[in-house]
Design a protein around this ligand. Structure first.
Ligand code: HEM
Length: 450
């Protein structure tokens, strides 16, 4: 963990610390109290960790709590209609159309190629000389980009640069990205970094969309095909070209989140040999020495528990859920005034002393079915909860299960000595300075995809 301040930081110090690592700005009180009120430049804000309060904000009264404008701004691409930018009726319409394109059933046909890509990565790793350290954060970035590229556009690799570039979003914001410009200054919008970046990919998106609209299209029914051909059940209407651009760029920007848990899985396995042994025993029993198939993936409950516990301790979006109250409300018995900011932070909720026993300890058994049933589902939110729940959760879980199942069969990863490991986050969590590890071979990697 990064150092945790014993007391709330002064405004100046908070801004300085949070700029480097927002996790290091979370003080002890946040992990003890279920509702904490603070002020920043006169603005009241509430950090809500009480599961009933989270339910009120994220689910029961969700329309009262839109995302903060400056966060939405960063995801304003062409027409401003993407799921992370839009609110209200336009957002609802898009979610209804897009949910089925990314649900579990839609994702399963991508499983075999994801397995092939993970085995391909295993072959590259097997060629690394013994004892040579590699940064797992970097190594997995390639795997996640390739597998997302396949999900989006099948074998057409022209999509990869968009996914790789947008996947680094949102980097440090430019001032223009955050400002709400008045109508008469609207021309400045064309200088927004977000728009300039996104516009570069317009020609390739136009081509991919047109191909999938064509009656002669004979390719895979990949994610782009499903988006282009999604129709509203009531009106029969689909997404316009501008709306498709927005959503594809939004999904490109968000799809890289699947990378985030992977370095931490291997870090936790390397530091907890008993969990590593249990995982290997499960993989050996279910898959043995043959090639894994998609059917195996649902038979790996310990692997799933391991991933859930990893995302509890290292939530990929640890501080992201910030909302503004449109009207006064009561949350967990506290009055929330109009315009107050409400923050729900997985980093705090998942390590809260009133919600978890020994919260900083790694223990995948917390996610055994009986344990899950015994606690509120609003105490664990790596993918958020309520109507804004992550639309890509099924895709992410498939990518993660495949990556761990394939690579843990072939290798043990060991930490390179002498390098401190510290999680850091602006929006996405990552290991500061990388996650440097060496490999020990386990099962031999087959020489090529069968
Ligand atoms: C481990 C991987 C992932 C995690 C932990 C994760 C987490 C989250 C969280 C916490 C939110 C809610 C943010 C908020 O409301 O402020 C969210 C929303 C979203 N996620 Fe993910 N995500 C992951 C992977 C993905 C992938 C692979 C995609 C796309 C292919 C994706 C697309 C989105 C989109 C579009 C939204 C906005 C949904 C809406 O507001 O309707 N995510 N995600």
């Amino acid at each position: 963990m990064p150092p945790r301040p014993a007391r709330p930081l002064s405004t100046l110090r908070l801004l300085r610390v949070a700029r480097d690592n927002s996790l290091a700005a979370c003080d002890e009180e946040l992990f003890d109290e279920l509702v904490v009120e603070r002020r920043l430049f006169g603005q009241r804000y509430f950090v809500i960790s009480d599961p009933d309060g989270i339910r009120r904000v994220m689910q029961d009264n969700v329309d009262n709590y839109p995302r903060l404008t400056w966060i939405r701004r960063v995801f304003e691409f062409a027409a401003g209609s993407g799921m992370l930018h839009a609110e209200g009726a336009p957002w609802r319409r898009h979610r209804r159309l897009i949910n089925p394109t990314l649900d579990h059933r839609a994702m399963l046909p991508d499983g075999p190629v994801m397995i092939d890509l993970a085995e391909e990565m295993a072959r590259h790793l097997a060629a690394i000389p013994a004892g040579q350290g590699i940064d797992l954060h970097d190594a997995f970035r390639h795997l996640v980009t390739l597998s997302a590229g396949h999900v989006f556009a099948g074998a057409d690799r022209a999509i990869d640069p968009m996914i790789d570039r947008m996947g680094q979003y949102p980097g440090p914001y430019g001032a223009l990205d955050l400002l709400t410009t008045p109508g008469w200054l609207r021309f400045l919008d064309c200088y927004r970094k977000t728009r300039i970046e996104a516009a570069r990919f317009a020609p390739v998106l136009d081509r991919l969309i047109e191909e999938r609209r064509s009656e002669n299209y004979a390719g895979r029914r990949d994610l782009l095909w499903r988006l282009v051909n999604a129709r509203d059940r009531d009106t029969g209407e689909g997404l316009t070209t501008a709306e498709l651009h927005d959503e594809i760029l939004t999904l490109g920007a968000t799809s890289a989140t699947s990378l985030r848990p992977l370095p931490w899985v291997w870090y936790l396995l390397a530091t907890h040999p008993e969990a590593e042994e249990k995982l290997h025993a499960e993989l050996d029993e279910v898959i043995g020495s043959r090639r894994p198939g998609v059917g195996d993936l649902a038979k790996l409950p310990y692997l799933r528990q391991l991933l859930d516990e990893t995302m509890r301790l290292y939530p990929p979006l640890p501080i992201m859920m910030m909302r503004r109250a449109l009207a006064e409300d009561t949350v967990s018995g506290r009055r929330i005034p109009r315009n107050a900011i409400v923050a729900i932070m997985p980093w705090v909720v998942h390590r809260h002393r009133k919600l978890w026993r020994d919260p900083d300890r790694f223990d995948p058994d917390r996610f055994a079915p009986a344990e899950i049933a015994s606690r509120s589902r609003y105490a664990y939110l790596p993918f958020a909860v309520g109507p804004h729940v992550c639309v890509g959760a099924s895709m992410a879980m498939l990518q993660l299960i495949v990556a761990v199942a394939v690579l843990a069969r072939h290798f043990r990863f060991r930490l390179v000595p002498g390098r401190a490991i510290e999680p850091t986050a602006w929006t996405n969590i990552r290991p500061k300075g990388g996650m440097w590890m060496t490999l020990e071979p386990r099962l031999a990697v087959p020489s090529r995809v069968a």
